[in-house]
Design a protein. Structure first.
Length: 167
């Protein structure tokens, strides 16, 4: 199944923000894209709390940076059984030091989440926070998944730099 339509909005918004006319209106604004995929078999649902491991890729200007972490609902209701979960965020920062390789996105993000799944599902997250370099994820992220159920509550995303591959 092609998931491109579900992830297109953050990419489109990021592209609009990176065009020269937009940058002229917002000097110093740096933009990239963070895409995360839930590690298959890592989701744990406990009705009022859920967690899942994620792998994330931050791309900007053709370069990439890799992260690992955890996402889920810290307090709320999660009555869903999902697989093939993906989410995408537009990354915004006034800092000049967020190029891939700087690990600037490492940090903790919290906010609200709501999603519904009946075969093919959609969801949205509003996450705020981040690391010490004043990085923010676009307030709304789109996610796509397959499964059955619904969830909502206080959501989180914790990411850290992925370990370097072994030789």
């Amino acid at each position: 199944m092609n998931r491109a339509p579900f992830l297109a909005l953050p990419v489109l918004l990021g592209g609009l923000l990176m065009c020269p006319t937009s940058r002229a209106q917002a000097p110093g604004l740096e933009v990239g894209l963070l895409t995360c995929t839930v590690v298959p078999g890592s989701r744990v649902n406990l009705v009022v709390r859920s967690t899942a491991d994620v792998t994330c890729d931050y791309t900007k200007g053709g370069a990439a940076e890799h992260y690992v972490g955890e996402t889920g609902i810290a307090l709320g209701v999660d009555l869903s059984f999902r697989r093939n979960e993906r989410m995408a965020f537009t990354v915004l920062s006034a800092s000049q030091d967020i190029a891939p390789g700087s690990n600037a996105l490492a940090g903790k993000y919290v906010g609200g989440e709501v999603s519904a799944v009946a075969g093919l599902g959609l969801g949205a997250k509003a996450l705020f926070g981040g690391g010490a370099k004043n990085v923010g994820l676009q307030p709304v992220a789109l996610e796509s998944s397959r499964g059955l159920g619904a969830s909502g509550g206080l959501s989180f995303l914790y990411i850290e730099p992925a370990p370097a591959p072994r030789p």
